[in-house]
Ligand binder design. Structure first.
Ligand code: ATP
Ligand code: MG
Length: 425
């Protein structure tokens, strides 16, 4: 579990804003559900033979009422629970997004944490492949919005895992195939062989790559409706010039998926290279007590996204405040606080140095705070009724400082702020 210190949380906040804006831009509404849910919800929703339910949940018994709760390991089940409980899809299908911490008791390693954050989207009441297209377009818009474009764009992998009937014949065939190769399977996959052979395809054990390649493919087991659904989606993706790769071994770790499943991968992050996973989960709504209805969604892992963003971002350090206000002495400080209030009213952020440190120290702090401008209010300025404004990003001498009368300060700052804002776009 991580502390996000200010240097990091600035980057997070910046990405969070951009991602939320993309979702809103697609007409999705935010939903916030509790971090704790009854354990039962996840047992029923995710399936008992899944990594999450078998070994990753933080669960405890509430001594006060004897009920068992879990810190949410993912949020799809909870969003569907809330939707059923509040009849959210009674009048029309719903497009929802969420953001928040998830908890999984995993082995700590790079890119895998016990508390991690997910942005996710759920479309409830949507059957069509067009809704899956929209999910993929949204992911694509998220990558674009944070500059993961061109060569940096994550790679899309897709598969269809059919209906539950189609999948059960496939699982049977997979079971028979892997049964013939038990010698190669590790303990974990031997367990999967008896409980759910499909999950062997999801294994990250490198020794199994060849065996998985030779295993029967889902395609032979798909009926016409499933095939057409998937082909229709692929041709829409072609039409939108979204590159993808069909990966017949892609199955996803949870039981609730059917039909289309997809993942977005990035390079250079070892086995933790998936930054987004999603797909269709029509079975989940009825499992959680709702009327049968189509549903699909995805979740993006924030830690991995931030990491890839930082590895590729050449932007200068995130600006923290627009303006750092330095002063000399008590009288100057009191006026600085007053002026700062006026400046903030026009949407410029100001950090006033409230200490009695020397001007030199205060100027250093302005740089350390990555402020764009520094305002100095010293004895000289106090006498002349003016403020000195300095561009911290400009070289000395290059018109980097101006003296402005009090009364004109707000207007002056508004102008230069607009200019510098336009430049960086
Ligand atoms: P994996 O196969 O890597 O274990 P998963 O199938 O368990 O992934 P999902 O449940 O699909 O992952 O979660 C969606 C995304 O959330 C993942 O692609 C990943 O980016 C992120 N994620 C999942 N688990 C963690 C974790 N423990 N720490 C950080 N990010 C995570
Ligand atoms: Mg996992």
């Amino acid at each position: 579990m991580n502390d996000l210190l200010p240097d990091k949380s600035r980057v997070w906040r910046n990405l969070e804003k951009k991602i939320a804006t993309v979702f809103t831009n697609y007409g999705f509404d935010e939903i916030r559900t509790p971090i704790l849910e009854r354990t039962e919800l996840f047992l029923r929703g995710l399936g008992e033979v899944t990594d999450i339910v078998e070994k990753e949940m933080y669960s405890f018994e509430d001594r006060l009422n004897g009920k068992t709760y879990s810190l949410r390991p993912e949020n799809t089940a909870a969003v569907v629970r809330a939707s059923v409980q509040h009849s959210l899809t009674y009048n029309e299908p719903k497009k929802l997004w969420y953001y928040g911490p998830m908890f999984r008791h995993e082995r700590p390693q790079a890119g895998r944490y016990r508390q991690f954050f997910q942005f996710g989207v759920e479309m409830l009441g949507y059957d069509s492949f067009e809704s899956e297209l929209e999910l993929i377009l949204m992911c694509n818009a998220v990558w674009r919005s944070i500059g993961l474009d061109g060569n940096l764009r994550p790679r899309l992998k897709l598969n269809s895992i059919g209906t539950s009937e189609e999948r059960s014949s496939y699982v049977k065939a997979l079971g028979e195939f892997f049964q013939k190769h038990v010698g190669v399977l590790d303990n974990e996959n031997l367990k999967r062989l008896t409980r759910n052979p499909l999950r062997i395809l999801d294994s990250k054990n490198d020794n199994l790559v060849k065996l998985k390649d030779e295993a029967p493919k889902i395609t032979t087991f798909l009926g016409n409706a499933s095939k057409t659904h998937f082909e229709n989606l692929l041709s829409l993706l072609d039409g939108h010039q979204i590159n993808y790769e069909v990966d017949l071994k892609l199955v996803r770790g949870l039981d609730y998926y059917n039909s289309t499943v997809f993942e977005w991968k990035v390079s250079g992050f070892g086995a933790q290279d998936t930054i987004c996973g999603g797909g269709r989960y029509d079975a989940l709504v009825p499992i959680l007590g709702g009327a049968p209805t189509g549903a699909c969604g995805f979740a993006i892992g924030m830690e991995r996204l931030v990491e890839i963003f930082e590895a590729n971002s050449h932007e200068r350090k995130e600006t923290f405040v627009d303006l750092y206000f330095a002063h000399t002495g008590r009288d100057a400080k009191v006026i600085a606080i007053k002026l700062a209030e006026q400046v903030r009213k026009v949407g410029i952020s100001v950090k006033v140095d409230l200490t009695d440190a020397s001007l030199k120290t205060q100027v250093k702090r302005a740089f350390r705070n990555s402020a764009e401008f520094l305002a100095i209010f010293g004895e000289e300025e106090l006498k002349t009724g003016s403020v000195s404004v300095r561009w911290l990003s400009r070289e000395e001498g290059e018109a980097h400082q101006r003296k402005v009368p009090y009364g004109e300060m707000v207007e002056f700052l508004r102008k230069i702020k607009n200019k510098s804002g336009n430049k960086s776009q």
